[in-house]
Write a protein of this length. Sequence first.
Length: 202
Amino acid sequence: MSAEPFVEGKALSGKLNCGKKMDIREIWKRYKAPLLMLAVLAALVGGYYGLRAYNMKRLTESVKDNGKDYTALVLDDTKMREIAYTYGDFTVVLRKEGDTWTSPDAPGKELLQTQVNPYLYRLKNMESDHRIENADLAEYGLDAPTHEVIVKTDAETHEVHIGSLNEMTSQYYFRVDDETTVYTMDESIAELFEVPLEELLQ
């Protein structure tokens, strides 16, 4: 009985056929969940950057001379006599008596001058990178401000209304007095007007 001749191609084919073949349906079935998760993740990332771009466009589309600073309020800090701000359910009043800052809500106690200085610094020259003229106040949260600030000097009184936070830029919208021009301020500035009186006392 003669042996079957060796054929290399046939042997190789036999080896390949030993493994289980996977068609496209089986591949889809096996990897369906991770592929769908990747697709959802890609959509979320794309949506985030798309929303960010949209918000930045809205922020700047009404701005003139973009890139330059705009001045919303200028005051002489040496003539400031009272600063009052309301946030949430509390109001803080800071009042200058002679050369000392006190509060009528804490009789006999002095305020830490180092704690008052940031308020003077931020209110004496309120500048902004953006300005939106003839703004729809409700669109920027200024129909119901989150923070209200009143600053009095020897000769004048001004109100600063702080509206909603743009989370994409970490900036709050604000306006001065009854103006319809809206500006932006950094989130850290608005946070000054969230500090309770107890943290300002010696």
